[in-house]
Design a protein around this ligand. Structure first.
Ligand code: SF4
Ligand code: SF4
Length: 125
């Protein structure tokens, strides 16, 4: 696969991952975080994203002036592949490695492993 194709595949994969984790986040699925306006966002993760987007993708992400530098009025302004740690994060997976939804878990880990392999390939190019 050429570099451009690989990048497009990675970007698509993270978009898919973002859609997948979305259904396992929010409301009562956010233990102890449900009442926080921005739940699991963190300034450090925004900074990591700004650095990663530039180093790995050559993209300079504009900051928004929010306490979380990439948070916009309707959510995160960075595309899912530019913030891999945020896109891959889901509390139950992080805590126990399972959401107790076997079908969903299988899909999550299959996609996550595929993305890890693709990112390794890209890093070696
Ligand atoms: S990762 Fe956790 S805190 Fe963040 S939105 Fe998902 S369940 Fe809620
Ligand atoms: S999801 Fe976006 S706003 Fe939230 S921590 Fe990650 S990069 Fe920052």
């Amino acid at each position: 696969m050429k570099k451009g194709e690989l990048r497009a595949t990675i970007s698509r994969g993270y978009r898919e991952m973002s859609e997948l984790t979305k259904v396992k986040c929010g409301g009562d699925k956010c233990p102890g975080m449900g009442d926080k306006a921005y739940r699991c966002c963190d300034q450090l993760h925004c900074q990591m994203t700004i650095d990663h987007a530039y180093k790995a993708w050559g993209i300079r992400l504009p900051t928004t002036g929010h306490q979380f530098p990439l948070m916009g009025p309707t959510g995160c302004t960075a595309l899912p592949h530019l913030r891999p740690w945020c896109t891959l994060h889901q509390c139950q997976i992080q805590a126990t490695g399972s959401t107790k939804d076997r079908k969903w878990d299988a899909k999550y880990f299959r996609l996550r492993n595929q993305l890890t392999r693709l990112e390794q390939q890209l890093a070696e190019m």
